[in-house]
Design a protein around this ligand. Sequence first.
Ligand code: PLP
Ligand code: COI
Length: 344
Amino acid sequence: MIKEKVNLNWNELKFSYIKTDYRFLSFYRNGIWDEGNLIESNELILNEGSPILHYGQGAFEGLKAFTQKNGSIAIFRPDMNCKRLNLSAKRLLMPEIKEDKFLDALEKVIKSNYRWIPPYGVDASFYLRPFEIGIGENLGVKPANEYLFYVFGVPVGPYFKEGFKPVSMIVSEFDRAAPKGTGNVKVGGNYAASLLPHEKAIDEGYSDCIYLDPRENKYIEEAGAANFFGITKDGRFLTPKSDSILQSITRLSLMQIAEDQLKLKVEETKIPIDSLDQFVEAGACGTAAVITPIGKIKYKDKEFVFYDNGKSAGPITTKLYNILLSIQRGEIQDKYNWVYIVNI
Ligand code: PLP
Ligand code: COI
């Protein structure tokens, strides 16, 4: 293993693609997964009929690895991402990936790309992107006979260019998912559907858009490619309850931190869009977004503004952010057993 790091300006990284040295690839044929192995090429050759290309039979995950204070490399809650990938796979009739295979692939990608993993103390992490897709000869709308499982990794900086600074969002008139559709799983179609609303939000001067529930268009669902949370005037942590949002692993972690460490009352509940003035702080949370404070939300002709007139992150959002990052970076005790150490 090459121990020397690549020469990157770690604090200037964006959330964008960089080719690292190795990626993991495994095939499912005749009903079984092969062992899989690391490869160098970052290009895939697929049959032109592959179900992923036409019918979107594919799911992905996103998770991060960090260099901890003591120099070890830790992945944040990879067991949860494996469970969610299998939930997505089940919804799209794709074969399960066992947890030991999933973890082994992540470890291989981390070890072989050690020199690309941001060092301790910089504002960057190593983003892992596992995916499973339906491949092989096909024409009709039906599940593939063959699949591949792939993991690549990229050193990344903040998802929103603002970093840990408040962003402005606008409520979209589009839905990202249907009530009993695929909103609760991580499949490409949801993201294809989000491209236009996202672009419209950017064109109108916002960082991203807020989606409302697709049944009544009344309750908050997601904040772009992240979950939403708000802190009420009386100090409760509220986050949407819905069957059509992705169950964010970051959110789950924040709910636990908020309850145990900040002693906040945590409620997963329907949040009417016209009740936003109950919040003194608001934020978006996700692996890529980490915690991004939301300073302002535009809804029709109204504008809701949060802490410090939307100019800085509120105290609770800041505490949540600091605790989460300290656990990920091994600066405080991981009493929840959330980090998975990779033995380099
Ligand atoms: N919601 C959507 C639509 C997402 O794409 C993501 C990103 O993964 C999240 C929420 C946050 O989930 P997590 O915290 O597990 O990354
Ligand atoms: C993540 O947070 O990991 C995501 O998948 C969000 C986005 C980059 C698609």
